[in-house]
Design a protein. Structure first.
Lengths: 228, 600
């Protein structure tokens, strides 16, 4: 990296081989292919989950397992209320991400900053909710290899219920965490005018693709663990 | 975005002092932290060669045991210590050697060493780009590979030895820490190494795809791409879509090993322990996840070799490749079918026979595009003005091996036959010929052919011919007899066959195979010597286009700097296979189409 030249070359086209055959920037192509690849990762997890679940005799009723919410005390019976709030938060954060990308296209730095902050708050809120839920389940005695719940028919339940739950929601949570980190980096880059200097907010758009993908995956994870 | 500045810097520089910009680089920036795709390719190649020698040496060691099960070699104890007590390899060490040989050759040599090298080297040069889409990610891709290598290497030195449950790492051997000595920390390191490898392959693959789609020079439409690039493109797509599934499988395996889960484990009975407390898991689930990568992996290994062979054959036959679109279509068909056949590795797992028959059909369908490719290679040679360079010989050898090994694939793809042949030496013979040795031949062909572009010098031809003939004859002498052993029921993964009456008849044959294996291994040293000698002392290349080839890499200077072309990137006007057209020997891709020129 010794021969980096002055900023004046930055505007010039480094690739002089003619017009790009696809009118898409390479980073976006990479992001799409990465997301396809990541879809296969989650797909493999969910198919593994399905395989094990449908070869097991019984499975807990999600309405019985996920029925509490914070500060509600013992014996609350509010099935799926809390996870619905979590899902709502994540989807709203996708909306603010869309607004940030849109603001970026308009070269509206203020709009980008505002909406990125909202998206980051949404991501952190989702992660906090997940942390609370994990903590709550753990207090009830659930963990990898431990399953205190009973099947819908009253028999003892397979530990693979909790095994898959913690592994897959944990892997999704890790993706949300990475997304929050990426979004924070994007926010800093916006605040330091790096995208203004480049003349475009493409990076925000790519971060947005990732963020929407993580949301989309949550819809599937949510369906598999909380609804089915 | 600094690479843009770097490349641009080179450009503005290159006009006044061609190629002399390298004096800015220190040893570290040029050879270690390089973001130049050509240097990264060489890093992949040399790391791959180190692994190939080590992996080959391991096969020599376990062949020694198979060939001479009763003999004692005191020198073995001095090298391997407690793994060869009394001069004989212990069963544990034997399994560790077999496992590491498989893992290393499949992933580190024939995946990273092959597509890592040639995708990095050829993609920007042949499509007319200054570098990869993201040179930084490209550098990371090598580093992750190096990290994976170091972790795998360190697993050889842990107290309980490296993983020894076979390169496929099936549970319960891989999931239970007490299953074997190698299932302890050796397996932990194995998984960590493979996870790093998946990251490396993902970073590389995304880059190759984006570069091929987005960075082509003006006029380089998709149907003007050399077949090498098409093959590398499909390889990258296969890798990007199949490795993540393996990663998922490994994550579940890590949980089973360390966090008491039951994804792959059920209440099986373990000798000395009793029934496990796990319940509900399925070892077959792992096999599905593994082979969803495992089968495309075969094509990740084979396709780059196919692409390079197509290119080398056309150049050295002085003829256009026969059936370019058919070659392309068959690559595509193979890439699609690669994802739909994984369960043919699992016919004996209790797979539903109806489902099995679907997999038989899809597996046998692969014979169609494979046969199209073979037909087209042979018709490319047909009445060509063939130059038998070492690279060309290896390319022809590839086709020979691909036919021999491919035909036995039709046997194994039949569930009815596979139930008899599964896990025998027949399988070993099949996949070593069609995937192992054939792809090695593709790799050798590529190295001999593109060495002048890599180092600006030629490899020694005489050593090249010796290397080729010994390797070709040796490969057939090693693996051909294994078909007969397999048909007679001799199983894989056994430490010693001398105790069975029915396999005593193969003692002589096993000794023969082991002897040839050692000779072939020694012949590879010819190549290693040739390679390193020629880097420094080889005959210098004086003609920028020594093979009279049409593709763009030969329009660069003999020693291209970072950025490849000192001036403008050439514009492409034609496909890469205009050989012998209208009586002209060859017309490079950057030559404009003449007024009266016929279409190809």
């Amino acid at each position: 990296m010794s021969n980096v030249t002055t900023a004046s070359t930055k505007e010039a086209k480094w690739w002089n081989g003619g017009k790009s055959p696809f009118d898409v920037e390479y980073g976006k192509v990479m992001m799409w292919y990465f997301l396809m690849s990541d879809a296969f990762t989650f797909g493999a997890f969910l198919i593994a989950y399905g395989t094990v679940r449908f070869s097991t005799n019984g499975w807990p009723n999600p309405n019985e397992v996920f029925k509490s919410y914070p500060f509600a005390g013992e014996g609350t019976n509010a099935p799926l209320v809390f996870v619905s709030i979590m899902t709502f938060i994540l989807i709203v954060s996708s909306v603010t991400m869309v607004l940030a990308v849109h603001a970026g296209k308009m070269m509206d730095k203020k709009g980008v900053v505002r909406n990125m902050i909202l998206t980051i708050i949404g991501g952190i809120a989702f992660l906090s909710c997940q942390a609370w839920e994990w903590n709550h389940l753990h207090h009830e005695g659930a963990w990898w290899g431990m399953n205190p719940f009973i099947n819908a028919d009253g028999t003892a339940s397979s530990t693979n219920f909790t095994n898959f739950f913690f592994t897959i929601t944990g892997f999704h949570g890790f993706h949300v965490f990475s997304g929050v980190v990426i979004n924070i980096i994007m926010l800093i880059m916006t605040l330091t005018n790096q995208f203004e200097k480049r003349g475009h907010y493409l990076m925000i758009e790519k971060a947005g693709l990732y963020w929407h993908f993580v949301d989309l995956v949550w819809v599937f994870v949510f369906t598999c663990f909380y609804l089915l | 975005m600094s690479h843009e500045a770097v490349l641009h810097a080179h450009e503005s520089h290159g006009h006044d002092d061609h190629g002399h910009h390298e004096h800015h680089d220190t040893f570290l920036t040029k050879y270690v932290f390089s973001q130049d795709h050509k240097m990264i390719a060489k890093q992949f190649l040399i790391t791959g060669m180190v692994w190939a020698v080590l992996g080959g040496l391991m096969s020599v060691l376990f062949r020694l045991q198979l060939g001479y099960p009763d003999a004692s070699f005191p020198w073995l104890e001095s090298i391997l210590g407690k793994w060869a007590k009394g001069g004989q390899i212990t069963p544990e060490a034997y399994y560790a050697l077999v496992t590491t040989h498989g893992t290393v050759l499949v992933f580190f040599v024939l995946t990273a060493g092959l597509s890592g090298t040639f995708a990095n080297f050829l993609i920007p040069l042949q499509i007319g780009a200054r570098d990869m889409a993201s040179p930084f990610m490209n550098m990371l891709s090598y580093w992750f590979f190096l990290a994976a290598s170091i972790v795998m290497m360190s697993s050889l030195f842990v107290e309980t030895g490296p993983f020894s449950g076979g390169w496929v790492a099936y549970p319960p051997l891989s999931a239970l820490r007490d299953a074997s000595p190698g299932s302890k920390s050796g397996m932990d390191l194995w998984i960590i190494s493979m996870a790093l490898f998946v990251v490396s392959s993902l970073l590389g693959g995304l880059n190759y795809i984006a570069t091929i789609l987005n960075m082509r020079t003006k006029g380089m439409s998709m149907t003007r791409l050399p077949l090498t690039i098409w093959a590398l493109f499909f390889t990258a797509v296969l890798g990007v879509l199949s490795f993540p599934v393996l990663l998922s499988g490994f994550i579940l395996l890590i949980f089973d090993r360390n966090f008491g889960t039951s994804f792959y484990l059920s209440d099986i009975f373990v000798n000395g322990v009793g029934a496990l407390s796990n319940e509900g898991g399925s070892a077959i689930l792992y096999q599905h996840l593994f082979w969803f990568l495992g089968h495309p992996e075969v094509y990740i290994i084979l396709l780059p070799a196919m692409g390079m062979v197509s290119e080398i054959m056309s150049v050295n036959s002085r003829k256009p490749i026969f059936g370019y679109m058919a070659m392309l279509g068959s690559l595509f068909a193979i890439a699609v079918l690669a994802f739909l056949v994984w369960a043919h590795h699992m016919f004996v797992t209790g797979l539903n026979p109806f489902l099995g028959s679907v997999f038989v059909l899809l597996t046998l369908l692969i014979a169609v595009p494979s046969a199209i490719k073979v037909f087209n290679w042979l018709t490319t040679l047909w009445r060509g003005n063939i130059r038998f360079t070492p690279g060309m010989l290896f390319a022809i050898g590839f086709v020979s091996l691909f036919i021999s090994g491919g035909l036995t694939g039709i046997w194994l793809g039949n569930a009815a036959l596979d139930i008899h042949l599964h896990d025998t030496y027949f399988v070993i013979a099949h996949f070593h010929i069609v995937m192992g040795v054939a792809s090695m031949f593709g790799m050798f062909a590529g190295v001999y052919h593109w060495f002048p572009k890599m180092y600006g010098r030629y490899l020694n031809n005489s050593l090249g011919y010796m290397h080729f003939w010994v390797t070709l004859a040796g490969a057939y002498m090693i693996f051909w007899p294994m078909h007969y052993e397999g048909l007679a029921g001799m199983p894989r993964r056994y430490f010693d066959f001398s105790i069975w009456e029915s396999f005593k008849q193969f003692a002589e044959l096993n000794r023969f195979i082991s002897t040839v294996a050692m000779i072939v291994f020694a012949a590879q040293l010819l190549f290693i010597i040739n390679f390193f000698y020629s880097i420094f002392k080889g005959r210098k290349v004086t003609d920028p286009n020594p093979w009279k080839s049409n593709t763009l890499e030969w329009t660069t200077p003999i020693n291209p700097g970072h950025g490849n072309w000192p001036g403008e990137i050439p514009e492409v006007h034609r496909w890469p296979y205009d050989y012998g057209k209208d009586g002209v020997d060859f017309i490079p891709q950057d030559v404009p189409v003449g007024d009266h020129e016929s279409s190809h």
